[in-house]
Write a protein that binds this ligand. Structure first.
Ligand SMILES: Cc1cc2nc3c(=O)[nH]c(=O)nc-3n(C[C@H](O)[C@H](O)[C@H](O)COP(=O)(O)O)c2cc1C
Length: 219
């Protein structure tokens, strides 16, 4: 088994947005990804335009498009994710859900679906009710995919908070919240990768460094 390289920067993948050019969801996601970068991660964004290029996921069809394969490969190599969806009619949008359905292709992986990966969750909605309820739905989906929702998630009421450009948000508290989502995803990836590295150390040195082993050596 090759030794796991825990010195590299973790890769955090962002999935989310809408088809709108000025998507507040995608802009919120970008803020969170910058938080992940500040915490030591590399990032990659799959925004609304990309998600719109994905065909409807059809499990019975054997062939996948280049875009589907690009998303699947990126998530396969990701150390953490951040998913951002608008609340559409009380649920996760079809655009974002279709991307998540496409991750069914990861079912037979050594790390199936989102196994072992932290997932930051972000929801935008025209009101607090959908912001809260859709955040819960998104976290349930992440659980179903075996991911680890970060302790902090962000629900944003876009009737109150504006994202007038890619780099601007009208509420500094929301900027902090989004940075926290990104930071927690990156920190989990760093901690989990360090843990995996100890699991792939040669058995002798890993065992020798456990408290029980040190105790046994002492007697
Ligand atoms: C088809 C559709 C359904 C929506 N349903 C809801 C809803 O159920 N509850 C809500 O609070 N907002 C709803 N909204 C408002 C969006 O969640 C909100 O405008 C969101 O911030 C849009 O994200 P965007 O700026 O990234 O496009 C809906 C908008 C659309 C277009």
């Amino acid at each position: 088994m090759t030794r796991f390289d825990h010195h590299r920067r973790p890769l955090v993948i962002g999935i989310g947005g809408t088809t709108r050019a000025a998507s507040s969801t995608e802009r919120a996601l970008s803020f969170a990804l910058r938080g992940a970068e500040a915490a030591g991660a590399n990032t990659r964004l799959f925004g609304g335009t990309f998600l719109h290029s994905l065909p409807h996921y059809a499990p019975e069809q054997p062939n996948r498009t280049d875009e589907q394969l690009e998303l699947i490969e990126a998530v396969r190599h990701a150390d953490a994710l951040i998913i951002a969806t608008p609340g559409y009619h009380g649920g996760v949008s079809g655009l974002v859900k279709n991307a998540l359905d496409t991750l069914e292709e990861l079912r037979a992986d050594e790390r199936p679906y989102l196994d072992g990966r932290a997932v930051g969750c972000i929801v935008t909605a025209y009101g607090w009710q959908a912001a809260g309820s859709v955040l819960t739905s998104l976290r349930s989906i992440v659980h179903a995919l075996r991911g680890w929702p970060t302790p902090f998630g962000a629900g944003i009421n876009t009737l109150e908070t504006r994202f007038d450009s890619v780099d601007t948000c009208s509420d500094p508290k929301v900027i902090d919240q989004l940075a926290t989502v990104g930071q927690q995803a990156a920190q989990f990836a760093l901690a989990f990768n360090a843990h995996r590295a100890t699991q792939t150390e040669p058995l002798g040195s890993a065992v020798a460094s456990t408290p029980t082993a040190r105790l046994l050596h002492a007697v």
